[in-house]
Design a protein around this ligand. Structure first.
Ligand SMILES: [Mn+2]
Length: 313
């Protein structure tokens, strides 16, 4: 499979690489890492890494902007993306040929050529394996830039090598990558600066949530608060469990004001809440649901209804 992928890369003059929406370090690491590898080893090819850029990943890479016309005759490679709905691209279908490279379960086997390895810690790790194949058969060289990106992807998806997905092979590959010239300490600092911001916002939630006697709790996080803590609305998904260990809590809701809606994240220790979520453009599991409202009045309605659910629980 790796050989076939390299043969295909060699055939095309123009290559466009995509990854999933709401990118993480493995998405950028595998996508731009592969771009850098191809650029280094085939300097005459046009290679692009495209998708909606996330400012929080500025330290890793930027994204190339493309038009529909750019896809004509192009090879499209999608990394780290299990299903087509999650591909962050408008025109990927306009290319001539699609390759999927991913480590998520292959629930949506899209593409003309698919390489899926769920045993791999990250797609960045797979790109390193692809590099080894290229090195052996086509004399591929690794660059410092590519090494840094792939290392970041592995670090990101293994939670700094904490998760069991980090295998002996993962450590071997990481060991190879750190032989290249990049500032590992700075990279870790850039990657985990984020944690401190999230941690500060968690502290804010603990200090400011409101709870009634029946254990119904809520907090409203508006744009001003998000700005103050330098946290994006999408990052707040990591925060929803935060009130779960509050003593006496029955159910809670975290409102996060986005540009055009207020995201509603509901959690419960008892009362079933997905019915309530369904009333407000949402749904989910009995004890973990999400919804969307469009003004703070509707948010207050949810608070009142959740109070009723807790008091009759
Ligand atoms: Mn990944």
């Amino acid at each position: 499979m790796k050989r076939q992928i390299i043969d295909t890369i060699e055939k095309y003059d123009k290559i466009i690489i995509h990854r999933h929406v709401r990118p993480d370090p493995d998405a950028y690491g595998s996508q731009v890492g592969l771009k850098e590898l191809i650029k280094t080893n085939y300097p005459n090819k046009q290679v692009f890494a495209s998708g909606t850029h996330d400012e929080l990943l500025n330290y890793l890479a930027k994204q190339d902007e493309l038009t529909k016309e750019d896809y004509s005759g192009a090879l499209v490679i999608v990394t780290d993306t299990g299903n087509t709905e999650r591909i962050d691209a408008d025109f990927y279908k306009e290319g001539s040929y699609i390759i999927k490279i991913d480590h998520h379960p292959n629930v949506d086997p899209y593409g003309d050529l698919k390489w899926v390895d769920t045993d791999s810690s990250s797609t960045s790790e797979m790109i390193y394996e692809l590099f080894l194949e290229g090195q052996q058969h086509s004399g591929w060289k690794m660059s410092d830039t590519a090494a840094r990106l792939l290392f970041a992807g592995i670090v990101g998806d293994t939670g700094r090598f904490i998760f069991p997905s980090a295998t002996v092979r993962t450590f071997e590959i990481a060991g190879e990558l750190i032989k290249y010239d990049f500032d590992r300490t700075k990279l870790f600092a850039d990657m985990y600066e984020e944690d401190r911001r999230i941690l500060h916002l968690k502290g804010y939630i603990y200090q400011n949530f409101i709870m009634d006697q029946k254990g119904m709790a809520y907090i409203k996080i508006n744009q001003t608060i998000l700005k103050e803590f330098n946290v994006t609305a999408s990052e707040t998904s990591q925060l929803v469990g935060v009130l779960g260990d509050v003593r006496g809590i029955c159910a809670w809701v975290i409102f996060v004001e986005e540009k055009d809606q207020i995201r509603v994240r509901l959690r419960s220790k008892g009362p079933v809440i997905n019915g309530l979520a369904a009333q407000y453009n949402g749904g989910g599991h009995p004890l973990a649901s999400g919804a969307s409202v469009y003004n703070w009045h509707e948010a207050d309605e949810i608070i009142e209804k959740l109070k009723v659910l807790c008091s009759t629980n």
